[in-house]
Write a protein that binds this ligand. Structure first.
Ligand code: ZN
Length: 285
């Protein structure tokens, strides 16, 4: 499901990274928190050279907190010791607490145990952890994906300061795109996302939130089209307030369809988009 292979460029070097940083620093005016969207592993020196890590820390000297992402295998004592204490937060994309899902649906390339080892090390060093979870990787039914994410929130919140739910967004050139084109995959419903956020919040004191990319479009997390904007706004409000009553006003007749799809998929034991199979025209961009 990941489209980064198409967006990757091996020839990017230190010079380019520095140019990018200079450009950002030109508009930096002392914001307290910096999030680096490295879309990979910040602690992997093949991606982000060591000297550049220091450039970033120096550049954002005024920032109290710098958040970056990394795979757990790069979270080592040695790597963390480079950073002054109290200034960094680390984000890890665990995606799911199930090794079977990591292996068969995502091909993540690491195990839950590796995540736990990294999370525990961060905990010992008092470095806050944000965990990303993936809602509805391919080959899971809508219900299986909801249950998987609920269990994963409950698991990850033991180690995390915050848990972010990322619904799958169909990206170009991926296997998921092919499945989606032929009706064998539908991105998750917004109702599913709400259920995960609500239950996630109930079972943990951790901040649980979602800022879905491509929300409300056929390629992203979506409902019927009529309620999407309102529901996405409620999700955004919840992200800040953490108050479940934000979802009280989000009702739509398509909830019936969502529940029916869940039941149909249970009976079929398949993750096909039953609605798309039954409708005569496939409306995809
Ligand atoms: Zn609707």
């Amino acid at each position: 499901m990941c489209g980064y292979n198409l967006a990757s460029e091996e020839r990017i070097g230190l010079q380019d990274l520095r140019a990018q940083l200079d450009k950002v620093l030109a508009s930096y005016s002392g914001e307290e928190m910096i999030k680096i969207y490295n879309s990979g592993s910040f602690l992997d020196s093949r991606e982000i050279p060591l000297e550049f890590r220091q450039d970033i820390l120096d550049g954002f000297e005024g920032a109290g907190r710098i958040l970056f992402e990394t795979r757990p295998e790069f979270v080592t004592e040695e790597a963390l010791d480079e950073f002054p204490s109290g200034r960094i937060s680390v984000a890890i994309g665990l995606e799911s607490k199930s090794d079977a899902v990591l292996k068969n649906c995502i091909r993540k390339g690491f195990t839950v145990e590796q995540y736990v080892a990294a999370a525990e090390l961060l905990g010992r060093k008092r470095i806050p952890l944000r965990t990303y979870l993936l809602l509805k990787p391919p080959f899971l039914t809508e219900r299986q994906s909801i249950e998987d994410s609920k269990r994963s929130v409950s698991f990850a919140s033991k180690f995390s300061e915050s848990v972010s739910i990322n619904p799958v967004n169909v990206q170009k050139g991926t296997l998921v795109e092919e499945l989606w084109r032929r009706g064998d995959y539908r991105p998750p419903w917004l109702w599913s996302l709400i259920e995960v956020l609500k239950t996630g919040k109930e079972c943990s004191g951790t901040r649980v939130f979602s800022s879905p990319s491509g929300g409300g479009t056929p390629r992203g997390v979506h409902d019927c089209g009529k309620c999407d904007r309102k529901v996405l706004e409620a999700i955004q409000r919840f992200t800040f307030s953490q108050d479940q009553s934000e979802f009280n006003q989000t009702q739509c007749e398509c909830m019936v369809e969502w529940r029916a799809l869940i039941e149909v998929q249970d009976v079929m034991n398949a993750s096909v988009d039953a609605d798309r199979y039954l409708s005569s025209e496939l409306e995809l961009e």
